[in-house]
Design a protein around this ligand. Structure first.
Ligand SMILES: *[C@@H]1O[C@H](CO)[C@@H](O)[C@H](O)[C@H]1NC(C)=O
Ligand SMILES: *[C@@H]1O[C@H](CO)[C@@H](O)[C@H](O)[C@H]1NC(C)=O
Ligand SMILES: CC(=O)N[C@H]1CO[C@H](CO)[C@@H](O)[C@@H]1O
Length: 286
């Protein structure tokens, strides 16, 4: 073999590895991050954390809604200033620091107020919403905004908002459970360098979803999500062994982006093991 052949083989393998990377191991954080077990979250193979319950108000300010007994809602921004407190900022920043497997932290928002805000005052980077998202990104050291629209599905405002968060340096991920045609259109319009990950709900309303079919349709890496054992909708709960079977079957059919779980509140409430759920992901997705 001459050097050129070796180089071509090397580059082909590198490209294949890049395209085939299936190493996203996601965990949705439903419980107040001030109350959940940070060190367990950091040390059990999870690479992508998505903080649930971040909401956008009609005036463009941002809230962190408590889903945890004994916690209260926290207003995070006021007119372009971070007011969520140093302790909360330090907590979120800590996920990616020290001894940790975490590489990316996202905030998960629904689409309330987005259409009205994109109408007025618009999607410019000097609007209150853009300035609030910019200061929050810095305060929390965030990487992405996760679009959890399950109700509004307005393409025009979603595209404007997506480009706005992109211009602030965020990635813009999605987490659908239904409406594949709508999401294919959104991904196609925004492009996969901005919309780079599709977490896919494969429980509850999305229990029938096939992540391989979604990945083929969307043209972006799909990360199927399973719901851990829980007492809220027990029928959708998956033990680590059940999750391993599902993830292994999907991954055997086609290389996915990775896998993940909804959610750490149930892991703690039900006395489950972060290590067992994390090692299933570490085993199947690398
Ligand atoms: C957090 O999880 C670790 C295991 O990763 C455990 O050793 C520790 O006791 C837990 N802390 C609390 C406060 O539950
Ligand atoms: C919001 O901030 C802008 C820019 O700093 C300032 O011009 C404006 O007066 C502020 N509005 C309020 C209500 O504080
Ligand atoms: C408390 C409770 O009902 N937990 C259930 C959560 O989901 C799993 C899987 O379906 C059940 O085995 C548990 O009993």
């Amino acid at each position: 073999m001459n050097l050129l052949t070796i180089l071509i083989i090397f580059l082909t393998l590198l490209l294949h590895h890049t395209l085939a990377a299936s190493d996203i191991r996601a965990l949705y954080l439903f419980k107040d991050v001030m109350k959940s077990n940070t060190s367990a979250i950091q040390t059990n193979s999870f690479t992508h954390l998505i903080i649930f319950g971040v909401g956008i108000l009609a005036d463009g300010n941002i809230m962190y809604y408590s889903n945890t007994a004994g916690s209260s809602d926290v207003q995070l921004t006021r007119n372009g200033t971070y007011i969520g407190g140093d302790a909360l900022a330090a907590k979120v920043r800590s996920f990616k620091t020290g001894s940790t497997s975490v590489k990316r932290v996202e905030i998960c928002t629904n689409s309330n107020n987005i259409a009205a805000l994109m109408q007025s005052p618009g999607s410019g980077t000097n609007t209150p919403l853009a300035r609030n998202l910019a200061v929050l990104k810095t305060a929390w050291n965030l990487d992405a905004v996760n679009n959890n629209d399950e109700a509004i599905y307005d393409k025009a405002s979603t595209v404007l908002f997506g480009r706005m968060v992109g211009s602030l340096g965020y990635k813009y991920s999605l987490v659908p459970y239904t409406r594949q045609v709508y999401w294919v259109d959104i991904v196609k319009t925004l492009g996969t360098s901005l919309m780079d990950i599709a977490y896919l709900q494969c429980y509850d309303g999305g229990a029938g979803n096939d992540p391989v079919a979604w990945q083929n349709a969307l043209g972006v890496k799909v990360v199927p999500l399973l719901w851990v054992t829980n007492d809220s909708k027990p029928v959708y709960g998956q033990t680590p062994a059940q999750a391993k079977t599902k993830f292994t079957t999907w991954q055997g059919r086609s290389a996915l982006g990775g896998g993940g779980y909804w959610n750490e509140y149930d892991i703690e409430k039900m006395g489950l093991s972060y290590a067992e759920y994390g090692s299933v992901l570490a085993n199947v997705f690398r």
